[in-house]
Structure formats: C-alpha cells, structure tokens
Write a protein that binds this ligand. Structure first.
Ligand code: ZN
Length: 555
C-alpha cells in the first residue's frame, strides 16, 4: 500500500512548519517521489534533506503512535521468544522488531503503512502496542540479537575456553555493535594485571564495558592487526591501522592506534559512522547569544571562519552543522578532511592521502580550479595550508577550518607562529568560534546549592538510574568572536591577545567562561564541571553574567 497524496503533503507541510525542510527541497523530493514511486520520507532521508529521527518523530505524531529514539533503543530488551515466532529474516526484511521496554511488550516498526507485515506479526505473537523508530535503530537492534541471547559475560566465558579466530571475531563484532548501539565512538582496550579492560567513552567519560581474561588480550589485538594488514610482530611499536566492518547493513570504518605498554599493547579504536546524523546548530546547546553571533558570521560571502578547541571538543560536529545550514542547491561546497567523518549530502568530500599527494594545501589549490563557493579545510597545521586557506578567502571563497588553540583570541597568535603575516589575518578572518563540551547535570538526582552570584545553581548528585555519576549528556560551551573594524586594525598591528580581548569585550564579546557561568546559573552544569573544563570562575565573569542573563532572557 502506497502513501496517499494527502499523507505525503501532511508530512512535507509539517516538516516545513517545523523549520526542518525548505520549500525548494520539498519540491525537489516530491519530483523524485513521482519518478521512483518511493515514500516521501525515504526520499528525504536518502537525499539527506531531513534526518531519519526527525522524520520518524513527525510521522509518529501524524499517526499518534509513540516514537522510540535510537538512543532509547539501547535500553530496550529484545523479545527473543517473539522474534523466533516472527522469524528473524521476516523481521529484517520488514524493518520490525518485537521488544520488551520496561517489561511491556512492544512491536517497533519503521514503516507504519506496512500493514501486511504488521498483521502477520500480530497473528503470530498477539496484539501489542506498535511504536515507531528509525530503520537503522531497528536494524542495529536485530543485528545484536545473536549476542543478546548470550550476554557479554557468556561470550567472554566462551572465549576463555577456546581461542578460535571466529570467537574473537564475534567478540569484536559484539563490541563494535554494542558501541554503535549505545552511541559511543571510542573503545579503549587496556591490559591491566590479570585482566584486559574494555571501556567505552560515553559523554566524554570512560566507562567500563567488559572485562576480558588477560589471555584473550593479545588474541583480540591480533585480530585487529590482522584485519588492517599490520605485521603481528609490531606489538612493540606504535602502530595505527584501519579496517571496515559491516554491521546492520551499513559499512563502518574503524581506525585504531596501538601503543606498547609494559603490560602489553594498549589499543584505542574509533568508529567512524558516516551515516551518523547531522546535528542542527540549535541542537548543539549553544546559547541564544552565541547562535546569533554564529548566524552573523555565516552571513559573510567570503573570508575565513575558524573553529578552535582541543581534540574531542566537538569542532567537527559544529563545522558540519554550519555547512549544512549553508548547503542548498545553489552553492558548491568542497571539503578536504582527515578523516571524512560524516558523509554530507551533495557536498564533494576529499580524503587526505599523503602518499598520493593529496594534502590539505594541495587539495585547496586544486579546489580553486573547481569553482566552489565554500571550502572546508579539515585542519590548519602548517604554513602552506594556512596560506592556501587565506588565499582562497581572498579570492572570494568562504573557507572553514579548525585550528589547535585554546581561545578565540589565541587563534591569531597561533597562525602568526605558523608564519602567516598579520595583515593577511586581519584581511581574511571573519570569525572565530572556540568551544568545549561540558557535562550536563542529571536533573533527577542533582540538588540545589547556594553559590553567590548565581541564581539557580545545582550540584551533581551521587548518580541514579538515568545518569552516570550525576551527569547525563553534554552541552557546548563557546565563545564567538566577530571582527569589528577596530579589532581588525589591532590584529593588523599584531597586538597581543590580551589587548585584542579587552577591545572585543568592550564591543560585547562574551568569553567561554561567561557562557559556562550562565549554564551554572541555569542549573544545567556545576561549578566543578565549569572549572574543570574551562578554568577558575572570577569576578569579571560573574559581572558579565549579569549582562548575559539579560541577553538570554530577552524576547
Ligand atoms: Zn541522576
């Protein structure tokens, strides 16, 4: 049964009304629907116009069924008995999975209009509430079925007795699949006394996931080395490798780095899931003030926009979100990245490959002959790349890049250190965003506390069922620097960062610490967390907080 015209229109209209889709994109997608006879939702997903989660949420509202987010899916328990009745293959083909959620039996479906499959399932397992989720969340849950029956410990038990390659492979698939399901991208495997510890980084903090018998540590590392063609005798050297693995119908890229410790090789794996959804800027947790400043920077037709912050501060996520706000069919966007982390729809992305002569600098030079409007350079880390980026900006392109610096002001000094002249920085730079990620307080177990200067401060609780150690998820904390004419003049004269800062503050620049204070003020993060990530809170930041409150409170 196909979607009716009316239903299609409703989904399209709702997406437009929520600001998730533009008229032009809807029109384009509807044309594709007419040609391919696909559902509007699938076309919008495939073309990358709307995220699968947003479509699912919208459809669930339209049909009055509940929606389970991919993140929530990691908390459901697969109903193995029911799945056996329906048949795993049938469930896979029809994107459905029976589960228990807080002990309630549910049938999770992706396509609510697939009544044939639904009826058949109901006949076999009885009537139960139907809820909606995304295709990939359902596929992931099903793919983990083989392991759901065995829990992690029994897999470990199994590998204790045998050292068959197959079992270790299965263990690896389990770890990678589990990581995808819980939404982590980093897996740490460390030898530690009599065991091998497997930890996942979740919301910026490492959490133990599994403990393996020590004998299996080298087996697991062996399999990793083997998969990426590294010589096994290289256990004692620093090595990195990469391999692909198929999971739930997707190809995922895994990169890993191994370091020899006195106890054996220590490995960190990172999963690059290029189907991972893009976040909208508004969802990253920027304050209204920062969102407005970013919007103003993005209005520049050319110039360099820099993202600064340490590794793991969410720079790439923000850059991708910025690009996607500019990504309409009228602009050509080219990127050179190392690695390409997310595949952006209708953006041409190039992977750095030094052996083949594709460096950041060379790629930008080549791009200029391709008539782009916007260029993303993954990172500026040498003079040549810095020069090419600024040259591209001077010839009328909007250039985005990242830089290792702690604050927005430090970006100028960093580029000068690389060898760029002050006048180029002054002429080319249109904005600098510096950011970090702060853990958010769990609203269920945190407690109010008294702190002078703050309105509603809270402190972290001991931890509860819905958080880890009092915190849940993370929020961006940022400072956004726009270059005023006076500031440009000071940059031109290569004045010290402190002088630039004083000038910018006069013009209304709010540094990251003030943003941090605002999160404390709102009870969203704690004094301890802000000081851990940004630095000590001072009088100046508390004074500025008063102004910040007004900006955020206004309208
Ligand atoms: Zn809690």
């Amino acid at each position: 049964m196909g979607a009716t015209q009316a239903q299609r229109m409703r989904l399209g209209e709702q997406l437009i009304a929520s600001g998730l889709l533009s008229d032009e994109k809807l029109e384009l997608a509807l044309k594709v629907c007419d040609r391919t006879k696909e559902r509007l939702g699938s076309v919008l997903e495939r073309m990358g116009f709307v995220r699968p989660e947003d479509i699912a949420r919208m459809v669930s509202r339209q049909y009055g069924v509940r929606y389970i987010s991919p993140k929530m899916m990691s908390k459901v328990q697969l109903d193995g008995e029911a799945l056996e009745k329906i048949g795993e293959e049938f469930a896979k083909e029809n994107n459905m999975v029976p589960v228990l959620f807080k002990k309630r039996p549910l049938l999770i479906m992706y396509d609510l209009l697939n009544t044939k499959a639904k009826d058949r399932a109901v006949k076999l397992i009885g009537k139960r509430e139907v809820v909606l989720s995304t295709k990939s969340a359902i596929a992931t849950t099903l793919a983990l079925f083989a392991f759901a029956e065995l829990d992690a410990n029994s897999i470990v038990e199994q590998t204790r007795d045998t050292i068959a390659q197959g079992e270790i492979n299965e263990l690896l698939t389990y770890l990678l699949g589990r990581a995808v399901l819980v939404g982590t991208s980093d897996i740490h495997i460390e030898p530690s006394g009599p065991v091998s510890m497997v930890r996942f980084r979740r919301d910026g903090v490492l959490m133990p996931e599994l403990t393996l018998p020590r004998e299996r540590h080298e087996n697991l590392v062996n399999v990793l080395f083997g998969k990426s063609g590294i010589d096994l005798s290289d256990f004692h050297r620093l090595r990195d490798g990469r391999f692909s693995f198929e999971f739930a119908g997707r190809m995922l890229d895994v990169r890993f780095a191994s370091s020899p410790t006195v106890e054996g090789p220590m490995v960190v794996m990172r999963i690059l899931d290029d189907t991972r959804s893009l976040m909208r800027l508004e969802e990253l947790g920027y304050t209204r003030h920062n969102l407005n400043c970013i919007a103003e920077i993005l209005r520049h037709p050319y110039g360099v926009i820099l993202m600064v912050g340490p590794t793991g501060s969410g720079k790439t996520t923000t850059l991708y979100s910025m690009l996607s706000t500019l990504n309409d069919s009228q602009r050509k966007i080219l990127t050179v990245e190392d690695p390409v982390e997310i595949k952006l729809p209708s953006v041409q992305q190039v992977q750095v490959n030094e052996k083949a002569g594709v460096t950041f600098a060379n790629a930008v030079r080549g791009f200029l002959r391709q008539d782009p409007d916007i260029i993303l350079v993954g990172e500026i880390r040498d003079e040549e790349t810095a020069r090419e980026a600024y040259r591209a900006a001077n010839t009328g392109h909007l250039v985005f890049s990242t830089l290792h610096a702690n604050t927005a002001m430090e970006a100028f000094g960093r580029l000068t250190d690389l060898g760029l002249e002050a006048f180029r920085l002054a002429d080319g730079t249109v904005g600098v965003v510096a950011q970090r990620l702060l853990r958010r307080l769990c609203q269920k177990c945190s407690k109010p506390e008294k702190r002078s200067g703050f309105e509603r401060p809270r402190k972290a609780g001991p931890g509860c069922a819905s958080c880890s150690k009092g915190y849940v998820g993370r929020s961006v904390v940022a400072e956004v620097l726009q270059l005023s004419p006076e500031l440009i003049e000071l940059v031109h004269q290569a004045r010290p960062a402190s002088e630039l800062l004083a000038n910018a503050m006069k013009a209304g620049f709010m540094n990251m610490l003030v943003n941090g204070c605002f999160l404390i003020d709102q009870g969203q993060s704690s004094v301890e967390e802000v000081e851990r990530v940004i630095g000590p809170i001072n009088e100046e930041s508390l004074d500025a907080l008063v102004k910040y409150r007004k900006i955020e409170g206004g309208n």
